[in-house]
Write a protein that binds this ligand. Structure first.
Ligand SMILES: [Zn+2]
Length: 515
């Protein structure tokens, strides 16, 4: 025990001495050109915004794998490869197969009048009687049940879009929850109405229309097939919504909707009203890649345990007008920090006691898909992953500080964050629980579920997330290389390397700290 504790202190001292020896703590100056080159290449127009499932995204993964291999690290992806492939489906709504109409009425116009959702991969075709269910709410505590006294078995539920608090007494409800509740009551589908002059309803409808014009990418076949089973949903624009309700003898004027919302809006049968709904998607199966590299631990007793450093390589591609989203900060900066931290650790004479895994993921911008896949299909035993340190957007805002979560007010607060706060100043960085400037200054805790570490936290692995805060160029074409504070990315790289080493050499695994 004593030997280990001594060894744990020694590397920390080494870092401290190295930091004191220079007026510019952080990355050694001779590494600065390489840092700039990595970041410039990853954020170049040639990589076309590194969107997952595109050639630009694939080039980014090959580049990262090649650099990690050149550092002498070992492959830790699929079967002796630095890459881990995972399946994705790309879906596009088929216009020719999408229909909605009252039985006996005129077909509605796709996009203008209705937008279908919930096609899964098989699509749907349903014809059934309609039953109005208000906001489609069931909340025993609030004494609300929109479905009370109504028989939905084999019928279509018709509800108002309710993605906001309809009144102070009503809990917020999202359309996906409305769909689940409808399915639980035996409904064969859900029609969601945007009431006239309902701003929240119209906003939801706008999102749905926009989605209609885009492909969506999600984790693919075959394992998520069950989750992809269809539940028919159709969003109706105000004119079509009013007509549907009128056919059943109900008035959906704005006044009615407003008054009804206060009362919790009871449901009602819509006698004689039946709807025919159909839609389908075109499904394309493709593969994307994570990159995984290993620095084996130097202590035979601890080397089976690994500290993980993650960063997402992917960004959001190209705008409709052809402008490239370069994603220099999001997240060429974190990917570069991962490469530089790998170089710093790989060039040491002695590796840390525990193993270190470098995991560069794709699919983050599509819903943290690459890290989700890795956690579901780990290339290192999950029980032996002692921590995930994640870096996402670390190249902008205040030069001398970096944000971190979970904070000491967060339930997941842990010893990694505590160590990061101590090590930061040695690398020229104040490690803070806030990040961003001016109006965009926020507690980093509010981003706790917004990047890849969230998937590790979900399975009980202690995490620390470095994040320099939002800025006006977030997810805009203005997120370019020239606005990156390269010195700061260097300091973050050095801090991440020091922290990886610190956690990997500590006698005990990282642990939660009670608030
Ligand atoms: Zn990001």
């Amino acid at each position: 025990m004593i030997v280990r504790r001594l060894r744990w202190i020694a590397p920390a001292l080494g870092w401290a001495l190295a930091a004191c020896a220079s007026n510019h703590p952080g990355l050694p100056p001779e590494l600065e050109p390489r840092l700039a080159a990595h970041l410039a290449f990853l954020s170049s127009d040639e990589l076309a915004g590194r969107e997952t499932g595109t050639p630009g995204g694939a080039v980014a993964a090959r580049y990262v794998a090649t650099v990690l291999e050149s550092l002498g690290l070992q492959p830790a992806g699929d079967e002796g490869s630095f890459l881990q492939a995972y399946p994705l489906t790309r879906k596009r709504t088929l216009e020719s197969a999408s229909r909605a109409q009252l039985v006996g009425g005129e077909p509605l116009l796709l996009g203008d009048d209705f937008v279908p959702r919930g096609m899964g991969i098989e699509g749907f075709q349903v014809s059934a009687e309609a039953v109005f269910v208000g906001y489609g709410l069931v909340d025993a505590e609030a004494g609300l049940d929109s479905y009370a006294g109504l028989d939905l078995e084999g019928r279509l539920a018709v509800a108002l879009i309710g993605n906001r608090r309809a009144s102070d007494e009503l809990p917020a409800i999202s359309w996906s929850v409305q769909g689940e509740v409808a399915a639980e009551h035996g409904a064969v589908g859900l029609v969601l109405l945007a009431a006239p002059d309902d701003r929240a309803g119209e906003r939801t409808l706008r999102w749905m229309r926009r989605d209609l014009e885009h492909t969506s990418t999600s984790l693919g076949l075959p394992e998520s097939e069950d989750a992809e089973s269809p539940f028919p949903m159709v969003f109706l624009a105000p004119d079509a919504a009013v007509a549907l309700m009128a056919a059943g003898g109900l008035d959906l004027s704005a006044e009615h909707a407003a008054r009804a919302a206060d009362a919790g809006l009871p449901g009602a049968a819509l006698p004689g009203v039946s709807l025919e709904l159909a839609s389908a998607v075109e499904v394309e199966l493709l593969y994307a890649h994570n990159v995984v590299a290993l620095l084996p631990g130097s202590d035979p007793e601890l080397a089976h345990e690994a500290v993980l450093l993650s960063a997402h390589m992917d960004h959001v591609g190209v705008a409709e007008n052809g402008d490239v989203f370069n994603g220099a900060d999001d997240n060429a900066s974190g990917t570069t920090a991962l490469l530089m931290a790998a170089e710093l650790l790989a060039s040491r004479e002695r590796a840390p006691a525990r193993s270190v895994l470098f995991l560069a993921v794709s699919g983050e911008e599509k819903g943290l898909l690459g890290s989700k896949w890795w956690v579901g299909h780990p290339t290192w035993p999950l029980a032996d992953v002692v921590a995930d340190i994640n870096a996402d957007m670390v190249g902008r805002n205040a030069s001398g500080s970096i944000g971190i979560t979970p904070s000491d007010e967060h339930e997941a607060y842990n010893s990694i964050v505590e160590r990061a706060r101590k090590l930061g100043p040695e690398m020229g960085l104040e490690v803070r629980f806030q990040a961003g400037e001016g109006e965009l200054r926020r507690r980093v805790d509010i981003y706790y579920h917004r990047s890849d570490h969230a998937n590790f936290s979900e399975v009980g692995i202690p995490v620390a997330f470095f994040f320099a805060g939002e800025h006006v160029d977030y997810h805009r074409v203005g997120d370019t290389f020239d606005k990156i504070d390269l010195g700061k990315v260097g300091r973050v790289s050095a801090l991440v390397a020091a922290l990886l080493s610190d956690v990997a050499d500590a006698p005990d695994r990282p642990h939660a700290i009670a608030r």
